[in-house]
Design a protein around this ligand. Structure first.
Ligand code: PGA
Length: 244
């Protein structure tokens, strides 16, 4: 586990954008799994700007969606696929054919998850995964308890995630109760993982992630077991933790 601790969220965004640009330069066929959520949005905006300026070629970058709510109809404004499209896919100009997503209204969720894992494996696994940190220690929608070997699957949102997601959509009643998430096994196998964490509100869960016991009760704590993890945090989130 490595850590980059920056003064503020703007600097965190810069660091994350640089890491992504470096990864695409090194591997133009990069398989990217990008989180939605508020934390990485500044990084994505910066990334798009810089890639346009450099006229970087993203024609071969492949994107696998990290997670999605279930039970929403196509076109619903809460779809995480839409959020990913608006914040990353469109601004970067990644071809639609390169994106593997989840269907919120899938008739057979288990089959969709098996197909996702097979497609990710056929693509060689994730090259770079960008994660946010849930207030309950989830990564993607791997809600506690989630062990390290769990595959891509359906989950029920915990009350804590419903509370935190309410902020995106204007109230808890607007947050779907079920989701699909890229599995712990697929995420932990990523050749590079960037965990982006900002704000004092994340300080306690970040401390448990980095320095607490490795436990399914804090799914993000399994990141301690991977040498391929870089945490990019601001000082407000990092607090007094020692640098690893
Ligand atoms: P946030 O969400 O980036 O909006 O804080 C993180 C998460 O819940 O995974």
């Amino acid at each position: 586990m490595n850590a980059i601790v920056s003064d503020n969220p703007t600097m965190v965004s810069r660091e994350v954008a640089d890491l992504v640009i470096g990864a695409i330069r090194k591997d133009p066929d990069l398989v990217l799994i990008p989180a939605t959520g508020n934390t990485p949005m500044g990084a994505y905006a910066r990334l798009a700007k810089q890639m346009r300026r450099d006229a970087a070629d993203v024609a071969h970058v492949r994107v696998f969606q990290l997670d999605e709510y279930l039970d929403l109809p196509p076109g619903d404004s809460r779809l995480l696929s839409g959020w990913m499209q608006r914040s990353l896919i469109d601004p970067l100009g990644i071809p639609p054919a390169n994106v593997t997503g989840f269907r919120s209204d899938a008739p057979d969720v288990t089959a969709m998850c098996r197909e996702y894992d097979a497609a990710l494996e056929a693509a060689g696994g994730a090259g770079l995964t960008i994660l946010g940190l849930g207030p309950n220690g989830h990564i993607g929608f791997n809600e506690p308890p989630s062990g390290a070997d769990l595959p891509t699957r359906e989950i029920a949102l915990t009350p804590e995630s419903i509370r935190s997601n309410a902020g995106y959509w204007g109230g808890e009643a607007r947050v779907p109760l079920r989701a699909v998430t890229c599995g712990m096994a697929q995420l932990l196998a990523s050749r590079q993982i960037v965990l982006v964490v900002t704000g004092e509100g994340k300080r306690e869960i970040l401390a448990r992630t980095v320095a607490g016991p490795v436990t399914p009760d804090v799914p993000a704590s399994f990141l301690q077991t991977s040498p391929n993890v870089t945490i990019v945090a601001d000082r407000a989130a990092w607090g007094d933790l020692p640098l690893p």
